[in-house]
Write a protein that binds this ligand. Structure first.
Ligand code: ATP
Ligand code: MG
Length: 369
């Protein structure tokens, strides 16, 4: 799409160039002819010597040359300015929060990963607040589910937890430390995130999983792959863990890539795990298996699951339903389906065309509020 726009613009520019460049050249050459005729006539008549005419002619190029160049320079300048602005925009887009002096360094061995948000309100630059008055408590071992439409603020909560932006209203604490006073590097190293889009390096599966933990042993790699349900399909590949993937390697399905990404997150043994729409590309059954694996590993650790599927959130200890940056509903799955509100609406839509007999509960209608 962007390439098409770029192509159209380039073709447009080339068209204008093709139309006007010959015209410019023609005008310049007509000028030369006029000069020659006028000069030649004066030489014939006598007031000008031939030498003077030739000297004049060679001098004129000293003027024309730089004038041409100015034209090119202006063109170049506008292009560079536009490119430069883009680069600066990119450089400024991610606020590089620096650690304060004498920041608290979280110790990997003693940290528990107790996350608290206290009345956090946050807006990007001068836009409308993306989060309004968000409070929750996520002690170690607790699973927090985040549900909400696109743009409701789910990813922003995670961005703030990673201290990608500074919170000005309210506060966020990890193990009781305000994260503004915590060393940024030590905070982020406790959090492992799996996103919807997975990037695999052009390397072996083994290196892709061990990417965040270079000295992981083969045993650790396999353990992580087993927990993320990647081990089985990896073993079926011709070279197993040595199979090359990524741009130059084997193509993997979206679900397989995601399982590798989850293994990559698990190998760091994080105290806080974030799954931002991470299991959307795997089918429900695999998702169920992966989550069962998590339960084992996440015991005593804090997990955030962002999902659009109720099935991904059902087992969370607390589900926060977000709308326009506000928490509109909160509670467990069982509590929320008994209430009238957005959660039950989503639930009914997602379970509407499922057989009533299976293990899943049928749609809930009416009832107590
Ligand atoms: N880097 C940013 N700069 C400015 N505004 C942003 C930025 N990131 C998000 N927003 C805005 O903040 C609001 C919340 O966005 P957020 O990414 O948290 O939504 P989300 O719930 O994760 O949505 P999705 O389900 O699409 O991932 C949106 O209005 C969005 O436009
Ligand atoms: Mg998001």
């Amino acid at each position: 799409m962007r390439s098409t726009a770029y192509q159209n613009n380039q073709v447009g520019a080339a068209t204008i160039w093709a139309r006007f460049f010959p015209l410019m050249e023609l005008l310049a050459n007509i000028g030369v002819v006029i000069l020659l005729v006028a000069g030649g006539l004066r030489v014939i008549d006598g007031p000008l010597t031939l030498g003077e005419l030739v000297a004049f002619f060679s001098m004129i190029w000293y003027i024309i040359g730089p004038m041409w160049n100015i034209g090119f320079l202006i063109n170049n300048y506008t292009q560079s300015k536009a490119s430069g602005e883009r680069v600066l925009e990119l450089l400024h887009s991610y606020v590089h929060v620096k650690s304060v002096e004498d920041a608290v360094v979280l110790d990997k061995d003693t940290i528990k990963g107790h996350v608290r948000f206290e009345n956090v309100t946050f807006s990007y630059a001068d836009k409308e607040p993306a989060l309004r008055d968000i409070s929750f408590d996520a002690p170690p071992g607790k699973v927090i589910g985040l549900l909400g439409g696109t743009g409701s603020g789910k990813s922003t909560i995670i961005q703030l937890l990673m201290h990608a932006y500074n919170v000005k209203q309210g506060r966020i604490t990890v193990d009781g430390f305000d994260i503004r006073n915590v060393d940024v590097q030590s905070l982020r190293s406790q959090i492992a995130t799996v996103f919807q889009e997975t990037f695999l390096f052009s390397a072996s599966i083994r290196d892709n999983i061990a990417y965040a933990n270079k000295d992981a042993t083969m045993e650790e790699i396999e353990r992580a792959a087993k927990l993320s349900k990647a081990h089985e399909f990896i073993m079926e590949l011709p070279l197993g863990y040595d199979t090359l993937v990524g741009e130059r390697g084997m193509g993997l399905s979206g679900g397989q890539k995601q399982r590798i990404a989850i293994a990559r997150a698990l190998i760091r043994n994080p105290h806080i795990l974030v799954l931002d729409d991470a299991t959307s590309a795997v089918d429900m059954e695999t998702e169920h298996e992966i989550q069962a694996g998590f339960k084992e590993l996440m015991r005593g650790r804090t997990t955030f699951i962002i999902a659009h599927r109720i099935s991904s959130l059902k087992d969370a200890d607390e589900i926060l339903v977000l709308d326009g940056g506000r928490i509109t509903q909160r509670g467990t799955h069982q509590q929320l389906i008994r209430q009238q509100g957005p959660y039950r609406d989503v639930y009914n839509i997602q379970y509407a065309d499922r057989p009533q007999s299976g293990e899943d509960e049928p749609a809930v209608k009416g009832g107590t509020a």
